[in-house]
Ligand binder design. Sequence first.
Ligand SMILES: Nc1ncnc2c1ncn2[C@@H]1O[C@H](COP(=O)(O)OP(=O)(O)OP(=O)(O)O)[C@@H](O)[C@H]1O
Ligand SMILES: O=C(O)c1ccc[n+]([C@@H]2O[C@H](COP(=O)([O-])O)[C@@H](O)[C@H]2O)c1
Length: 192
Amino acid sequence: MKIGLYFGSFNPIHIGHMVIGNHIAEYSNLDEVWFVVTPHNPFKEKKTLLANHHRLEMVYRATEPYDKLQACNIEFNLPQPNYTINTLVHLQEKYPNKEFCLIMGEDNLKSFHKWKNHQLILENHFVYVYPRISENVIETPFDGHEKIIHINAPIMQLSSSFIRKSIAAGKNIQPMLPEHVWEYMDEMNFYR
Ligand SMILES: Nc1ncnc2c1ncn2[C@@H]1O[C@H](COP(=O)(O)OP(=O)(O)OP(=O)(O)O)[C@@H](O)[C@H]1O
Ligand SMILES: O=C(O)c1ccc[n+]([C@@H]2O[C@H](COP(=O)([O-])O)[C@@H](O)[C@H]2O)c1
C-alpha cells in the first residue's frame, strides 16, 4: 500500500490543505494520504501554536468523512523539533509493508536542500510536488529528479496565518474551514 504523507502544523487545517490532500488521494497512484500533525517544525517558531491535541482534533474532524484521508499523530512522541527523516525511519519500521511518499508544495521544494538528510529522504522515498503561486519561476536543485513526481493539483491561496489573523480581527472566515473544524474552533474560542 502506498501512503502519501502530508506534513504540517495545521494551525488550523483549512480548505486549501483538504483540496490538495483529496486531489492527490483521488488522482495519483497513492492509496491514502495521511495528514501528519507536526508538534514543532524546525523552521517555525512554536509560540503561536495551539496545543498538539487540539490541532490533531481539527485534522481528525476534517478528514473523518473521507476514507482515503487520515489524521496521524506519529510525531507527538518523537524528539523535537521534528525532523522529517526521523519520522520516515520510524514509520517505515512500524509499517514495513507500506511504502511512504512525501507530499509538498513546490515552494517547499525550494528549501528542501536545507532539510536534514534530504538526500537520504530522496534515496528511499518519492516526493509528490503540487504547484503553488510564486512571483518568480521556482527553480530548484531537484528539477528533473527521478524521485520527484509533479501533480497538477488546484492552486489554493489560503493560509492558516491569514485565518488566525482574520479570526482575531473578528472577521467571518467560516467558508475557509471544513464545517466540523469551524464548529470546534468556535466552541473552543480558538485564535480570538
Ligand atoms: N493554500 C495551500 N495550498 C497548498 N498547500 C498549502 C496551502 N497552505 C499550506 N500548504 C502546505 O501545507 C502544509 C502544511 O501547512 P501549514 O500547516 O504550514 O499551513 P500554512 O497555511 O502554510 O500555515 P501558516 O500560515 O501558519 O504558516 C505545508 O507543506 C504547506 O506548504
Ligand atoms: O526535516 C527537516 O529538516 C524539515 C525542515 C523544515 C520543515 N520540515 C517539515 O515540513 C513540514 C511542512 O513545513 P512548513 O514549513 O510548510 O509548515 C513540517 O511539518 C516540518 O516538520 C522538515
